[in-house]
Design a protein around this ligand. Structure first.
Ligand SMILES: [Cu+2]
Length: 130
């Protein structure tokens, strides 16, 4: 009984301590989120601009036409919410089904016309530089 009495009568100055720590932790979390936000956008921009990469999003290949040097490894990356394939129109290449998040690497030694076997209006071209 005396323990309960002690808790209730403890000085009010003793209580803000933990609350202040929680407040600082919350501020810290906001700072981390604020710093992480722009950094993520920056990385996404870098990925999209990288040579030798073709993204899949919004039911299209991006870029639709890519020019690379002979022997370049091109990474086809499915950033979409739907599955896609990278299938050569002449049948020489087939990635098989690429689920969202999957990617397919292909060394380019000759020009490639390709499409998605599921969405036939999704098409792209790899050209050779020079
Ligand atoms: Cu598709």
């Amino acid at each position: 009984m005396s323990a309960v009495t002690d808790m209730v009568s403890s000085p009010p100055e003793a209580r803000p301590g933990p609350r202040r720590v929680a407040g600082l932790a919350l501020v810290g979390l906001f700072v981390v989120l604020a710093l992480a936000g722009p950094a993520k956008v920056l990385f996404a921009g870098d990925d999209e601009g990288a040579p030798g990469e073709v993204g899949m999003a919004g039911l299209s290949f991006t870029p639709e036409t890519l020019a690379v040097a002979v022997g370049t490894e091109v990474l086809f990356r499915n950033d979409d919410v739907a599955p896609h394939t990278v299938t050569a129109t002449d049948g020489s290449v087939d990635s098989g089904l690429l689920a969202p998040g999957d990617s397919f690497a292909l060394v380019i030694n000759e020009p490639l016309d390709y499409l998605c076997a599921i969405h036939s209006n999704m098409a792209g071209t790899i050209e050779l530089e020079g």
